[in-house]
Design a protein around this ligand. Structure first.
Ligand code: DGT
Ligand code: MG
Ligand code: MG
Ligand code: MG
Length: 236
């Protein structure tokens, strides 16, 4: 290979390698989805089309990058948990993060017309995602990571469901709804839904309450905390 006098610039390239023998979690999150969801008039608090779209994009990522053990998505985010022994891209952080981000984004955009029917993409407001990779040294912490995202889904969804019910069905302003919910516990929120609106939170769609988990090529909406051992069976 010809060496030019310019070759030395390569020495400025650095790379970070993720710790060996650790679980790698790549989490993607929509950039400015507050604006995106407003621009495209997403249903509040959950737009089933957008959730199905994100699941389809994530499923395609899992099909292509086989070292993903489990993936979990809610709102505008998706976490991909890679097996401990993965040598994907020699565990180079930049390669891993950028590949996940671009694969997921490409599928999200390509699948948009299929899921967001009657809502054409506006290239002045294009959905994009950021990503990070975190190494977790023990299986126990990985399980806690997944449980953390699952519990987050539950807490946010209960809050958002009551909040938007108060606004859209109860005629409150967003400020009034915020004030009413301030300092309330889960039981109080369930009570408001049931007493004032006849809504049983348990009857809300599973995908909203539990998020979406991809395991062995299938999407499920299950109690992640309860079923967690199944997803890591045989892992140490
Ligand atoms: P970021 O992540 O710092 O770039 O900013 P955002 O705006 O993406 O903030 P984030 O990720 O904390 O929150 C997600 C936003 O996306 C939040 O404003 C609610 C919105 N969003 C996500 N899914 C839906 C949906 O299904 N329906 C509606 N109406 N909004 C959604
Ligand atoms: Mg973010
Ligand atoms: Mg976001
Ligand atoms: Mg988010």
């Amino acid at each position: 290979m010809a060496n030019s006098k310019f070759e030395y610039v390569r020495n400025f390239e650095t790379q970070s390698t993720l710790l060996p023998s650790t679980y790698i979690v790549v989490r993607l999150d929509g950039r400015g989805f507050h604006r995106i969801s407003t621009h495209y008039n997403f249903a509040k608090p959950n737009d089933i089309r957008a959730l199905n779209l994100s699941n389809a994009a994530a499923l395609n990522v899992c099909r292509e990058l086989k070292d993903v053990l489990v993936a979990y998505g809610e709102s505008d985010e998706y976490s991909f948990i890679l097996r401990r022994e993965t040598t994907l891209f020699n565990r180079r952080a930049e390669k891993l993060i950028s590949t996940f981000v671009s694969l997921y984004t490409a599928h999200y955009i390509a699948l948009w017309p299929k899921f967001m029917t009657d809502t054409p993409l506006d290239f002045k407001c294009i959905p994009t995602f950021d990503g990070r990779a975190v190494c977790y040294p023990t299986l126990a912490i990985v399980k806690d990571y997944l449980s953390w995202r699952f519990v987050d889904t539950h807490i946010n969804n209960l809050y958002n469901t009551v909040f938007w019910t108060l606004v859209l069905k109860g005629g409150m302003t967003t400020t009034e709804a915020e004030k009413k919910l301030s300092g309330t516990f889960s039981a109080d929120k369930n009570e408001i839904l049931w007493k004032d609106f006849g809504i049983n939170y348990n009857d809300e769609p599973e995908i909203f309450k539990k998020g979406s988990l991809i395991f062995k090529g299938k999407i499920r909406h299950c109690d992640v905390v309860k079923g967690i051992d199944e997803f890591f069976e045989g892992c140490t």
